[in-house]
Design a binder for this molecule. Structure first.
Ligand code: PFF
Length: 455
């Protein structure tokens, strides 16, 4: 059924592509406001522990499913369970979730494109701080510009995916990820040098232990899963392009550590600026699109050229980060269509563009003309985000760890983790990793799932 599959070209390529998927809006847009809303450093500590003890084992489980089955994420479950009806259906979830996320993720990507263009035309530094932060509401609510920007963002993303695994995805990640780290370091340097930035640094370094509640834990776990692209088929799909020779512990840990590092750098790039401008750190999802332009406008009065330059770099960083993640979301559906329907990559990309583009338009319009179209009290955009991030993602992550911990024979898991017993260090670590996958991760996911509902 499958045609000859492409592969990533080596360890660095795997880490960069996976880190490209992981590092995204979750790090720059979501992580800083989650830290702001859930107790600063206390949240960061829980987040680091949760990433290493729970998310990393889930990540390993997903890479194993992909690499072992060597196929798209829907067929992976079917193949490894020998066509068990339950797992055949469960596999469809791994296609549905990333495709739904790509719809609204590219809307936020489109906002970044508009903010980038506005920064290039020096608009923010010319506005008063209030005007700059007030720009977001009317812009997001307008019927045309955000829709066009969303389609431009998605169009470029799909064009990279159409280039293929090696010459599209791998090449793009190899260039953009190092650029992204340089950009965030430049922004961080600017941000911590602002007068009054010390408060923000202190906020990220001094834990308030009263904030260590089950709720903080649940949010930190959810954020860590989202940030590592877990429970969405993306890592299973990328795992299927990993060669049998790679050490999956090195590639997975490399990805998790880069993602963690980037989230922390983003926190240090954004929080000091937020404090320097005297903005409330728990400002929620509007933090980067409202507070950051405010900061640039405020600082712009004294240093217009520097502020404009940093603002351009900032929104460029967001576009690049969002694009490498959106690429991995689109690739899940593309690899499925190619292998299921023997469709060409180009045609599969076109279908994904039309589907995600169309649904994304509805998500975008839900900030304006369709603001009153609500399901269960939520706008279309919120419905997509809430269903995917709070329900489907956790469900899929649970299915992945249960599959590896309880359905796949232990011998197969061992074989994948140690490359047939050839990796001595992995061999020693295997019992602990297997225990985390089999017991700790599933229990943690179930607990978070209910905590999200109860609290
Ligand atoms: N991990 C990405 C982020 O942090 O922005 C979001 C994401 C990308 C989620 C790809 C899921 C995915 F499959």
């Amino acid at each position: 059924m499958t045609t000859k599959r492409e592969k990533f070209g080596g360890r660095m390529a795997v880490i960069l592509a996976m880190a490209g998927s992981a590092i995204g809006l979750g790090n720059i847009w979501r992580f800083p406001y989650m830290v702001g809303e859930h107790g600063g450093a206390a949240f960061v500590i829980v987040y680091v522990v949760a990433t290493l003890l729970i998310s990393l084992p889930v990540f390993l489980a997903e890479v194993m499913i992909g690499r072992r089955s060597h196929t798209n994420s829907r067929d992976a479950f079917a193949r490894l369970s020998r066509q068990h009806p339950f797992w055949k259906w469960a596999g469809y979830l791994t296609i549905l979730i990333p495709t739904l996320i790509a719809c609204y993720y590219s809307v936020i990507g489109g906002w970044s494109v508009e903010y980038f263009l506005k920064s290039c035309s020096l608009s923010f530094v010319r506005m008063s701080p209030e005007e700059a932060s007030g720009f977001f509401g009317p812009f997001a609510a307008s019927p045309w510009t955000p829709v066009i920007m969303h389609l431009i963002f998605l169009g470029i993303t799909v064009a990279v995916v159409a280039g293929g695994v090696k010459s599209g995805i791998e090449k793009f990640s190899k260039i953009s990820l190092p650029v992204l780290f340089v950009l965030i370091l430049m922004i961080l340097t600017y941000s911590v040098s602002l007068p009054g930035a010390g408060e923000g640094v202190r906020y990220l370094l001094h834990p308030d232990w009263n904030e260590l509640t089950p709720r903080t834990f649940a949010y930190a776990m959810g954020q860590s899963f989202y940030s590592l692209s877990l429970g969405m088929g993306a890592i299973i799909t990328y795992g299927s392009y990993v060669s049998k020779k790679e050490n999956i512990l090195t590639t997975s840990a490399g990805t998790a550590v880069s993602d963690l590092l980037f989230a922390i750098l983003a926190g240090f790039a954004i929080m000091p600026a937020v404090f320097a401008a005297g903005i409330e750190p728990g400002a929620g999802p509007g933090l980067i699109f409202q507070s950051i332009p405010y900061v640039f406008a405020k600082m712009g009065a004294g240093m217009p050229v520097l502020s404009a330059a940093v603002s351009i770099l900032f929104f460029l960083a967001i576009i690049v980060a969002a694009m490498t993640s959106c690429i991995s979301l689109v690739e899940v559906g593309v690899s499925f269509l190619m292998e299921r329907s023997r469709m060409s990559r180009g045609r599969a990309c076109l279908i994904l563009f039309l589907l995600c583009g169309g649904l994304g338009v509805l998500c975008s319009l839900s900030f304006g003309p369709l603001a009153d179209a609500k399901v269960a009290g939520m706008t279309i955009f919120d419905l997509f985000d809430w269903t995917c991030s709070n329900i489907l993602l956790l469900l899929m992550a649970l299915l992945a760890v249960v599959f590896v911990g309880w359905i796949l024979p232990r011998r197969v898991v061992h074989d994948e983790f140690t490359n047939g017993g050839r990796l001595a260090f992995n061999e020693r670590l295997f019992p602990a990793v297997y225990f985390l996958i089999k017991w700790v991760a599933p229990i943690a996911v179930v607990v978070i799932f209910f905590t999200n509902f109860i609290l």
